[in-house]
Design a protein around this ligand. Structure first.
Ligand code: NAP
Length: 333
C-alpha cells in the first residue's frame, strides 16, 4: 500500500436548518491500523442516502451522527489488510465505512459480497436500494396483479426500482417525482403507466387523474404533503408502505400533513406499516437472485448517478436532498 494519508470528511456542525457545505470539513490523518478482529478497508464507493441527513437529527435505527466525527455512510470497500480470519485481502465488502479513504472496521459489522460487473450494482440494485424496494413492496405492500401502485420519490434509487418491480408483478404503476423531465423518464424509459409532477402545485388533481379508481398500495418515501394527498385516494383495504420521509429530513419538519389520518385509516380499513430493510437481511440471497434475473433479462433497468471525488461527497448529499439525482447516487472515492 503506497498511500499514507487518510482523507476524512467530518460533520463539523449539526445543521438546524438546511444542510450546506459549511456543515462539513475535510481533515487528513494517518491510515488506521486494524486491531484484532478488524480489517483495513480501502473505500471504493460511498453510498449517498437520504437517511444520511436523518441521522444528523438524532438517534433512529442507529445512533445519531455527532459533530466533529467522521460522517457516517455506507460504503463499498476492498479489504487491504486483515486481522480477522473471516475476511481476506482483496475481498469486497459493504458496511458503514464513513466518508473517508480508509477505515478500520470490525469484520463482524461487514457483509462480504460476491463480485459482480459493474461493481457499482452492489450499491444500487443489489444493495440497500434494491433490497429496500424488493422487501418493502413485496412483503409490506403485498401487491397483486392488477393493483394500482403509487410510489413517491419515484425517480430516486428506491422508488425507481419499486415501480419496475410492481410492473413485473403485473400492477398499474404511477410515480410521483419532481419535474417534467423525471416524469417523462419514468414513463418513457422505465415503463411506468403514469407519472405525476408534485411540483406543479395541483398534485391531488393530477394524482386523481392518473389513478382514477383509487390506490391499492402507496409506497411512501417522502411523508408530509404527498402522503396527505395520497391518503384520501386510497381504496378500502389499501396498504401504505412507510419506507421513509425525505420531505421531513432537511430542515424543520413540515407543520402540515398528513391531516385526517386517523379517520381515513378507520373508514378505509387501511394498513400503514413501516419497515427497515435490515429486518429482512436473512432473506437477502433470495432477493438478490430475483433482482439478478430481472436485470439480466432486461426487465429491470438500473440507473446510477456516480460522482467522482471524496471531496464532493457533501455536495452530492445536498444535491440528492434537492432532487438532483436520478437513480442511485454514489461517490467514487
Ligand atoms: P433517493 O430516492 O435516491 O433520493 C431522494 C429523492 O427524494 C430526491 O431525488 C428527490 O426527488 C426526492 N425528494 C427530496 N425532497 C423531497 C420532498 N420534499 N418531497 C418529495 N420528494 C422529495 O434517496 P434514497 O436514499 O433512495 O431514499 C429514498 C427514501 O427511501 C427515503 O425516504 C429513505 O429514508 C428511504 N429508505 C428507507 C429504507 C428502509 O429500510 N426503510 C432504506 C433505504 C432508504 P424529486 O426530484 O422527485 O423531488
Amino acid at each position: 500500500m503506497s498511500a499514507t494519508i487518510n482523507r476524512q470528511i467530518l460533520l463539523a456542525e449539526k445543521p438546524s436548518g438546511k444542510l450546506t457545505p459549511d456543515h462539513f470539513r475535510m481533515v487528513e490523518g494517518a491510515i488506521p491500523e486494524p486491531k484484532d478482529g478488524e480489517v483495513l478497508l480501502r473505500v471504493r464507493y460511498i453510498s449517498l442516502d437520504a437517511a444520511n441527513r436523518a441521522w444528523m437529527q438524532g438517534a433512529t435505527y442507529r445512533s445519531a451522527v455527532e459533530a466533529n466525527s467522521v460522517m457516517a455512510g455506507g460504503g463499498l470497500a476492498e479489504v487491504v489488510a486483515t486481522k480477522s480470519p473471516g475476511l481476506a485481502v482483496g475481498d469486497i465488502v459493504f458496511g458503514d465505512t464513513g466518508w473517508q479513504d480508509y477505515a478500520a472496521v470490525p469484520a463482524k459489522h461487514l457483509t462480504k459480497l460476491t463480485q459482480v460487473e459493474p461493481m457499482t450494482h452492489l450499491l444500487s440494485v443489489y444493495g440497500v436500494a434494491g433490497l429496500t424496494a424488493y422487501f418493502g413492496l413485496l412483503e409490506i405492500g403485498k401487491p397483486k396483479a392488477g393493483d394500482t401502485i403509487v410510489v413517491s420519490a419515484a425517480a430516486g434509487s428506491v422508488g425507481s426500482i419499486v415501480g419496475q418491480i410492481a410492473k413485473i408483478k403485473g400492477c398499474r404503476v404511477v410515480g410521483i417525482a419532481g419535474g417534467k423531465q423525471k416524469c417523462d423518464w419514468l414513463t418513457s424509459e422505465l415503463g411506468f403507466d403514469a407519472a405525476v409532477d408534485y411540483k406543479d402545485g395541483v398534485l391531488f388533481k393530477t394524482l386523481k387523474a392518473a389513478a382514477p379508481d383509487g390506490i391499492d398500495v402507496y409506497f411512501d418515501n417522502v411523508g408530509g404533503d404527498i402522503l396527505e394527498a395520497c391518503l384520501p385516494q386510497m381504496k378500502n383495504y389499501g396498504r401504505i408502505v412507510c419506507c421513509g420521509a425525505v420531505s421531513q429530513y432537511d430542515g424543520a419538519p413540515s407543520p402540515h400533513g398528513p391531516r385526517g389520518l386517523p379517520g381515513l385509516i378507520v373508514v378505509k380499513r387501511l394498513v400503514m406499516q413501516g419497515f427497515i430493510v435490515t429486518d429482512f437481511m436473512a432473506r437477502r440471497d433470495q432477493a438478490v437472485a430475483d433482482l439478478l434475473s430481472w436485470v439480466s433479462s432486461g426487465r429491470l433497468k438500473v440507473q446510477e448517478d456516480i460522482i467522482d471525488g471524496l471531496e464532493n461527497t457533501p455536495r452530492a448529499l445536498i444535491g440528492l436532498l434537492a432532487g438532483e439525482n436520478r437513480g442511485k447516487r454514489m461517490v467514487r472515492v
